[in-house]
Each structure stands twice: as C-alpha cells, then as structure tokens.
Write a protein that binds this ligand. Structure first.
Ligand code: ARG
Length: 420
C-alpha cells in the first residue's frame, strides 16, 4: 500500500481548521498541525491537545512573536507601510512568516505539502499560496475550505457528527484575526458599510468617552528607523509593542474603519484595532520628517505605497520587495532619535521630536535672533524660479482661467482719503 501523503496544516484551533484536520484525514492525508504564536494570547497548550484529539498525527507550537516583529514588522515600519492610507497590515504581514514556518516544518517532516484554512474569497489564501510557491515550489498547497463547499452551519454539523469539539469562538458574529501588530474584525453587521461598528466589535481599545481624563505621554527612541527604547529605557521588541498596545488601547487610540480593495476584486469592510502600529508609524514618520531630505522623503512615500500593496497582495517573498528593502534600509541610516507622543481620548499626537542627525536647523528656521538664512539671496532665486511662467505669460498671454475682473466686483467697500 502506498504511504499516505503528509501535509503540515496551519492550525489556529478554531472551527475551520479543526474540521480541516478531520476532513484531510478522510481524504487520505496524514496531518501535522502547526500553531504559531504571533501574540494572540490563546491557550496554546489546549490548542495543541485539541489538534491531536481531532486527528493530527503530531502538533507543533512555535513562539513566533520576536521573529514576527524583527523580520517582518520592523522592515514594514521602516518602509512606512500602510495599505490604502488606513490599514497597517497586521494580518497581511503575519502570513508570510506563517507560510515560511509551514515550509520549514514540512521539510523537517518530509511532508509533500502544506495546508491552510483560508476561504477562496480572501487575500490570505493568496499570501499563503504565493509565499509557499516562492519558498518551496515543490510543495503542494491544499486549502480544504476552498474545496469542501460547506458553510458555517454545515461545518458545525460535520463537527458534531465527527465528535469534534466546537470552539467557543463560533458564538461570535464576527470573524477575527489578531497578532501583535493588530486585530482585524469583519462579518456580521459590519458587512453593512453604513452601520457604525457596535461596541462589541472593540476588544483592545476603549471608547474615547471612557478614557482617562489625563493624557498618557510615551517617548520612543529609534535607531536606524527601528524602535529600541521606551521612555528613555532600552526595551525588547515584544515588550515594546505589548506596552504600546496597552497604553494606546487605554486611551482609545488605534481604531480604524476601512472599506478596502481585496486582491480578488471584492470591496470589503474591515475594522482594525492597532494601537501600537498607529503609534509607532506616527512616531517613525515624525522622526523621518526631521531627518530625511525632502527628495528622499517624497520618493519614499511612493516606495511605501508600493510595499504596502505588494505585501497586501501576497508578494512579501518577491524580488521587488527585497529590492525595495535595500532602498528603505539605506534611507534609515539617519533615522535616529526620540519622539514624544501624547495619547488622549482616542487621539495620538506628536508632542516633540529630536535627533542628533536632524536636518531641521533652528538657525535657518528661526524668525528670531540668530537667523543665518541669507534673505537677500531670495529675490534672485525667485526671479529665476518664476522665469518660466513669466515668459509664458509674456509670449502666450493669459495662463489661467481665472477672471480677474469678476474677483473684485460688487462686494467692495472703498474709502478714499479726504472723503467723497
Ligand atoms: N482584510 C485584512 C487583510 O486582508 C484582514 C483579513 C483577515 N480578517 C479577518 N477578520 N479574519 O489583510
């Protein structure tokens, strides 16, 4: 008899992936479960037990928190990656790491492929599948949810028939995903884009009406664009992000309501809670404002948008994303210094920024004493700056569509010296 093919399944412990273990077994596969902790605060021991109970032949649990932040989140923070100006990409940045770990365990276990519990309508399937193709083209990818044609009720029935314990999460009307960089919430009433998110959507962040009356200040220190200290003390990546999620959440910072464009052509509405991401992206931007030249900063915005789109679209492991990082890393050499932020009733505001490498020079910017800017040179500079429009006006006449005579018309009050 031929040996059973082996698959390594990304196992969250939820309904879909629990049913998937059993379903894959019935399809003839040997299933190894892999659960990766990216900071979702779940009972990992219970999940590992459940995987075996439901039918996996082995169950791995890996702590991926530090690797997630240092290898995936920090480069994205340095890039300034935000999808469609709103979404800091928590779920999207987590997927390539999970895929890479699936591939590694598949190799260790001599498995023929990997499996995941994504539906056929979302972005996550793309991220898992494409990452796997990039890292291990020889492995196959099996996505049971995409194939089995069961809806939620069918799955619950299937679970009951096969003695699969149904996790408590099926009670929730929402579909959620979380890791240290943020929490994503969709489905239920949120599918109506006119409906304001009800209170039970929020888990990490307080309603601004219930926030403390005194603001919280945080001071974040960066070295080459990577946050390394909090309130003047060195801090490790995981502690920093956990602390900022707490501090931000208590002050209602990090709520996002995004109507986004999925790669598969669907517009969807997703709610995000991402206090640490919002705070760190804002702080990093503030430090770049004071340390990057105008040209680098503006070109970097283009790179940031491209990075965000590629990561959203599943192309973390791709030649262009790697090349963009070479650019981003080079720009971060002078992004050193401190940023102070004020967290207060749903807002986060930069209160101060400083850097030993700052291009902001008081002696140039000041309107007060010590002004070293040569104002007399401005006239000549502006004469040449305006040369082009002056020539066009002289040769071709009016350049614009503004009717000057209609600007200063009836609504005028005029007084003349000496009276009428
Ligand atoms: N829309 C987000 C993305 O594509 C999050 C997807 C997962 N969301 C969820 N609620 N399960 O990155």
């Amino acid at each position: 008899m031929a040996e059973r093919e082996k698959l390594v399944l990304a196992y969250s412990g939820g309904l879909d992936t629990s049913v998937a273990i059993r379903w894959l077994k019935d399809q003839g596969y040997d299933v190894v479960a892999l659960t990766i902790d990216l900071g979702e605060k779940k009972d990992l021991d219970a999940i590992q037990e459940r995987a075996l109970q439901v039918g996996a032949s082995a169950a791995y649990v890996v702590d991926g928190k530090k690797k997630f932040l240092e290898l995936f989140v920090w480069p994205s923070l340095q890039a300034g990656a935000v999808y469609e100006k709103e979404y800091p990409l928590a779920t999207a940045i987590g997927r390539p790491l999970i895929a890479a770990m699936l591939v590694q365990v598949a190799r260790q276990e001599n498995a023929q492929g990997i499996a995941h519990g994504c539906t056929g309508k979302g972005n996550d399937q793309v991220r898992f599948d494409v990452s796997t193709q990039a890292l291990a083209p020889e492995l196959k990818v099996v996505a049971p949810v995409r194939e089995w044609g069961m809806n939620r009720e069918d799955e619950i029935e299937y679970a009951a028939q096969h003695g699969i314990p149904v996790p408590a999460s099926v009670e929730s009307p929402y579909s959620t995903d979380e890791n240290l960089w943020g929490r994503s919430i969709e489905a239920g009433i949120l599918e109506d884009p006119w409906a304001e998110p009800p209170g039970d959507v929020w888990d990490w962040t307080r309603d601004p009406r219930d926030c403390p009356d005194e603001p919280t200040y945080v001071e974040i220190g960066f070295k080459e664009g990577i946050p390394v200290s909090l309130d003047g003390k060195p801090v490790d990546s995981v502690t920093l992000v956990e602390t900022l999620n707490q501090a931000g959440g208590q002050n209602g910072v990090g709520r996002i309501d995004h109507l986004e464009n999925r790669l598969v052509g669907i517009k969807s509405r997703e709610i995000y809670e991402a206090p640490a991401a919002v705070i760190l992206l804002q702080a990093h931007q503030a430090l770049e404002d004071i340390t990057l030249t105008k040209d680098v900063a503006r070109f970097k915005d283009v790179v940031a948008a491209q990075w965000a789109q590629m990561v959203y679209d599943g192309l973390w492991f791709s030649p262009l994303r790697e090349a963009l990082y070479a650019f981003v890393k080079h720009t971060q050499r002078h992004v050193n210094g401190e940023v102070r932020l004020k967290l207060y009733k749903g807002t986060s505001m930069v209160a101060g920024r400083k850097s030993k490498d700052q291009l902001y020079r008081m002696e140039l910017a000041t309107y007060g004493r010590g002004d070293q800017f040569d104002q007399s040179a401005a006239a000549g500079f502006i004469k040449l700056w305006g040369q082009g429009v002056r020539t066009a006006s002289q040769v071709q006449g009016q350049l614009h569509s503004l009717d000057l005579s209609a600007l200063v018309g009836g609504d005028v009050k005029k007084l003349t010296a000496g009276g009428e």
